[in-house]
Write a protein that binds this ligand. Structure first.
Ligand SMILES: C[S@@+](CC[C@H](N)C(=O)[O-])C[C@H]1O[C@@H](n2cnc3c(N)ncnc32)[C@H](O)[C@@H]1O
Length: 195
């Protein structure tokens, strides 16, 4: 499905970074950043233009090809890895930051991934995450069609135990990020640091 969605020339989530990431990025320590479910690369490329060493992972080869093209357009380089996050190995204590923007996965995969995210951060490393909450179903402005793929602050507190949340909020905001995410959105946002 994602390869097909990404096959248009247009960047379906736009070329600009996610708004929350752009506002929160200064919390990321300089160094190696892993962007999970990164799609067409808008967030990875933004971070690379700000001096980070970025690796973008996604199961869509078509999305990541566009990510590399965007990086070239902006005069930066990023590493891309085509992988299923259900199987992707995150080496413990190896990332200064991990970025997860609208990474909606089946619950079992998500929980396992979040454990790997906590382990994968170095001490002092930071996770920046934004995702739709189940309330998003009433807005019908994007995101998965099923509640169990969405996240709440409570579910994230459990799944990401081991991180200290420096900012965490559930809010409704105008999400204007390409044709598939446009309109009022119910989101959860967090900045979590590994002590
Ligand atoms: C809503 S898009 C978000 C893309 C990007 N984070 C952004 O904000 O522009 C969700 C992404 O998750 C990826 N994805 C879905 N299931 C995946 C899986 N099991 N492993 C890796 N990537 C996956 C899709 O290919 C898609 O690029």
């Amino acid at each position: 499905m994602w390869d097909q969605r990404y096959s248009a020339d247009e960047y379906i989530y736009g070329k600009d970074p996610n708004e929350f990431l752009a506002n929160a990025a200064s919390n990321l320590p300089k160094g190696k950043i892993l962007c999970i479910a990164e799609g067409e690369g808008r967030n990875a490329v933004y971070l690379a233009t700000h001096g980070y060493e970025v690796v973008a992972v996604d199961s869509s080869a078509v999305g990541l090809e566009k990510a590399r093209k965007l990086a070239q357009e902006r005069g930066v380089s990023i590493e891309t890895i085509v992988a299923d996050l259900a199987e992707f190995d995150i080496q413990p204590d190896s990332w200064d930051g991990i970025v997860s923007i609208f990474a909606h996965l089946p619950p079992a995969t998500r929980k396992q991934l979040h454990t790997k995210v906590v382990n994968g951060l170095r001490p002092g490393g930071v996770l920046i995450l934004e995702a739709y909450r189940p309330d998003q179903l009433k807005y019908k402005t994007g995101g998965p069609p099923n509640e169990e793929f969405m996240m709440t602050l409570q579910s994230l507190e459990e799944e990401l135990s081991g991180l200290s949340f420096e900012y965490a909020a559930e809010l409704d905001r105008d999400v204007v990020e390409g044709q598939f995410h446009t309109g009022k959105g119910a989101v959860v946002q967090l900045i979590g640091r590994k002590p």
